[in-house]
Design a binder for this molecule. Structure first.
Ligand code: 6GU
Length: 248
């Protein structure tokens, strides 16, 4: 997979050199290129923002540097095959970034991320990307809170996407048994020693009874999901008394 990121803070993306993502890049499974938006300005001060028409607080990112930056990214494609990136714009006003969207984006051969700062990017940039460059544009949010810019969101999204690429995670089984892969949160986990600081590992896990262990883990997943993320439960998973159905 190929990933381009346009930002006024390319240094923010340094963590993508580390750990699993760094290894995936070394192994050629992933290429990540950061582009400095200010390289596409033409004034002495490398200006990327201006005041909003209609008034209001804060600054808006100017369309011209963004158009040139996107032209530059798109021109890196082969041109002949018409290969174009899918454009992802992180922002608190976007559609939720979920495991299911991560899986969808992991299928794309080429992603471009446009990191806004300030109050956001002039709306005509989205229209230009769609109408003139022919890009599919997805505005995506990490959750209902506000970050200062898209860079930290790109770190999170690239990590969630890259770990789904074939070969990035050695043990593919560990991808299946995870929170959000099947709609329930993960069960509690324990390792040695059996007793630590006066606290014991639940007996069932030491029993060697695999069906009892599976049943306990399923119950734990339901209880944990009901407590932390009731919004994830289907009504049929909760009885009228608020008890959890063990079987679903
Ligand atoms: Cl994706 N971007 C910004 N700037 N703020 C956010 C966000 C994204 N998701 C939640 N807050």
């Amino acid at each position: 997979m190929r990933i381009d990121v346009v930002t006024i803070f390319p240094e923010y993306l340094a963590p993508l050199d580390l750990s699993l993502i760094g290894k995936a890049r070394e192994d050629g499974l992933l290429t990540v290129t950061a582009h400095d938006l200010r390289d596409f300005t033409h004034d002495r001060h490398r200006t990327v923002d201006d005041t909003p028409y209609g008034g209001g607080a804060g600054m808006v990112m100017k369309p011209q540097p963004w158009a040139e930056a996107l032209d530059h990214v798109v021109a890196q494609g082969d041109g002949s095959g018409g290969r174009r990136p899918r454009l992802v714009v992180p922002g608190p006003g976007g559609a939720p970034f979920t495991q299911s969207l991560a899986r969808e984006l992991a299928e794309e051969p080429w992603l471009a991320f446009a990191c806004g700062r300030y109050e956001g990017i002039d709306e005509r940039v989205y229209e230009y990307a769609r109408d003139d460059l022919g890009l599919e544009v997805s505005v995506v949010s990490l959750g209902d809170y506000v970050l200062n810019g898209g860079e930290v969101a790109v770190l999170a999204m690239v990590e969630a996407i890259a770990r789904l690429l074939p070969g990035v995670i050695g043990n593919a089984e560990s991808l299946v048994e995870e929170s959000h892969e099947d709609g329930l949160l993960e069960y509690p986990i324990y390792t040695k020693p059996k007793v630590w600081n006066g606290r014991s590992v639940p007996d069932v896990l030491l029993s060697g009874n695999h069906s009892a262990i599976a049943a306990w883990r399923h119950e734990q997943r339901l209880a944990r999901t009901a407590s932390r993320r009731p919004d994830l439960l289907h009504p049929a998973q909760v009885t009228t008394d608020g008890d959890l159905e063990v079987d679903l």
